[in-house]
Design a protein around this ligand. Structure first.
Ligand SMILES: [Zn+2]
Length: 548
């Protein structure tokens, strides 16, 4: 249910350029925009929007946008420009909706920098899945028709759903994201404009120049000249600042990732997460840290192919759960007396995603029935034996092995049992042959079933992988021993029954329960503890052959 609603919008054409647009329309460039009168069907609560706008509330950043009639621009809720009068604004659920209505992005608050759309905020799963597909691969060949086909409905229906819930069509959403990313690259990198055009999917420089000029009323070169605080990066190094809606429990995120970091591939050191990556045949690495006080994660990326930048940053956004809408999640979880203290003591705990679904699933299999620490040792051996060497220095030495390599690997030599080794090989073959894919997944249940068809993968592993690889906020490994212990329950059926009240945010509840289990295991322990070894362990899947 969306807590936001649509404002009864005064429909006026702008009479003047506003103070914070600072944009002059060039003679002959075009006429003043005509704002579309179409009012989306969404139930936006204008009072909530208005309050958030007037208090510049960062918790609402990216949850709605403000079209200002007097300036013709659209803004984030946190825009530092003086407030327009209520009668002169109209609220939109997405930037694309504001753009569709004829507003231009504000050059001051830079809507392209806002945290992503909280996809699960009162939208049906079809819309959420389509949004996920757009961020994973853009609107591929075939456009909206193909996208609709993939989520299993007709294109007209998909268009209607998008208009109803996001206020814009799928192609407008994709176009706005592309435009925003191009603007970010112009502002924050030294990439040549031809590379920016490629990286943001414009295809050719001419189309890119025309597109930017149309939306921003400035050429890409003029925009770059104006960019503030641009730090020069060496070639193939990029710095991105990814916004989130506070609160964000960064320490909680690192506390989860650190003990699970695969030696050589990833590490957590002094508040920074780092890892190696491979994308479309190019290798690289990135590191992520928190910029306290700015609601920003700072990403330093080293990567040789600018065409992949958009999808890499989208993947990192998903990995750190930056689109989460804490306000909606907390409402659900605080209603449970078991969770309320946890939620209040560590607000903003996110569900850590992953860089690569195959890597995560392999890691989850390694972790079946052993401690997190033991699984991390095995993962290190796996990488050392089968990973591709990588020379970024600073402790990152390998890329995680590919499915093709692990499909026939002699895994018993790193200390796995024959059965566990075969499970990993079977997973690797399924991914290599395209029978299982973690990208472009539209059906959560199908992925669960496919995973469970592999001997040695049961519900725990499958749910855990779905929770972290698909960003499925309602995924819930109800057979997990840590979760059962935290709730004081004896079996997964009782836990599932209790968890009904947490829907559709059961994954977040799981994160809090693991945190709770860790605290009750070793109260007051500040060092590496059994905590981190016991959370996230399954009770034995019935289909997993037990071994001693
Ligand atoms: Zn603004």
């Amino acid at each position: 249910m969306s807590p936001l609603g649509s404002a009864p919008a005064p429909h006026r054409r702008p009479s003047e350029e506003g103070r914070h647009s600072a944009v002059r329309i060039r003679p002959g460039f075009g006429s003043q925009p005509r704002y579309h009168q179409r009012q989306p069907n969404m139930e936006l609560d204008w009072q909530v929007c208005s309050r958030a706008r007037l208090t510049r509330d960062a918790r609402f950043d990216g949850k709605f946008f403000i079209g200002v009639f007097t300036s013709g621009v659209y803004c984030r809720s946190i825009c530092p420009a003086p407030h327009a009068k209520e009668k002169n604004v109209r609220y939109f659920p997405t930037a694309a909706a504001a753009a569709e209505a004829g507003f231009r992005p504000c050059l001051r608050c830079r809507p392209e920098c806002s945290p992503g759309t909280p996809a699960w905020l009162g939208t049906p799963s079809t819309v959420s899945r389509a949004l996920r597909l757009i961020s994973e691969s853009g609107l591929e060949e075939g456009g909206v028709e193909a996208l609709a086909g993939r989520v299993g409905i007709g294109s007209r229906h998909l268009r209607r759903l998008f208009l109803q819930h996001l206020g814009a069509t799928p192609s407008a959403v994709a176009k706005t994201r592309q435009m925003h990313f191009a603007k970010n690259l112009i502002d924050e990198t030294n990439l040549r404009m031809s590379d920016v055009a490629l990286a943001s999917g414009f295809g050719c420089v001419r189309r890119f120049n025309a597109g930017i000029l149309k939306v921003y009323h400035r050429t890409p070169t003029q925009i770059r000249r104006l960019a503030r605080q641009r730090t020069l990066q060496p070639e193939n190094h990029y710095l991105f600042r990814l916004r989130f809606r506070p609160p964000f429990d960064w320490q909680g995120m690192l506390a989860f990732l650190a003990p699970r970091a695969t030696p050589g591939v990833e590490e957590v050191v002094s508040g920074v997460y780092r890892r190696t990556i491979s994308w479309d045949g190019t290798d690289g690495c990135f590191e992520v840290s928190l910029d306290e006080g700015s609601n920003v994660l700072v990403v330093r990326l080293q990567f040789g192919d600018p065409r992949s930048l958009f999808f890499i940053t989208e993947r990192i956004r998903a990995m750190f759960d930056l689109n989460a809408d804490w306000a909606a999640i907390v409402q659900h979880l605080r209603a449970d007396p078991v969770l309320v203290t946890q939620v209040d003591s560590a607000p903003g705990l996110r569900v850590p995603g992953c860089w690569n679904g195959f890597e995560l699933a392999t890691r989850a299999i390694l972790g079946q029935q052993i401690t997190v620490k033991g699984a991390t040792v095995l993962a290190g051996r796996l990488v050392n034996n089968f990973g591709k060497p990588f020379t970024a220095g600073d402790g990152l030495t390998h890329l995680f092995p590919t499915p093709a390599v692990l499909a026939d690997a002699k895994l018993t030599r790193i200390g796995l049992t024959g059965a566990r080794a075969e499970t990993i090989r079977a997973l690797a073959r399924a991914v290599r042959d395209g029978r299982i894919s973690f990208e472009g997944v539209v059906d959560f249940e199908t992925l669960l079933n496919r995973l469970c068809e592999i001997p040695g993968i049961g519900q725990w592993t499958a749910q855990y992988v779905a929770m972290r690889a698909l960003g499925e906020p309602d995924a819930f490994p109800s057979g997990d021993v840590g979760l059962l212990r935290a709730m004081g329950l004896g079996n997964s059926r009782e836990l599932e029954h209790h968890a009904e009240a947490w829907r559709p945010w059961r994954a977040y509840a799981a994160m809090y329960l693991w945190r709770m289990a860790s605290q009750s295991t070793e109260p007051g322990n500040t060092g590496p503890s059994r905590t981190q070894e016991t959370i996230g362990r399954p009770i034995p899947d019935r289909r997993i052959p037990l071994f001693v």
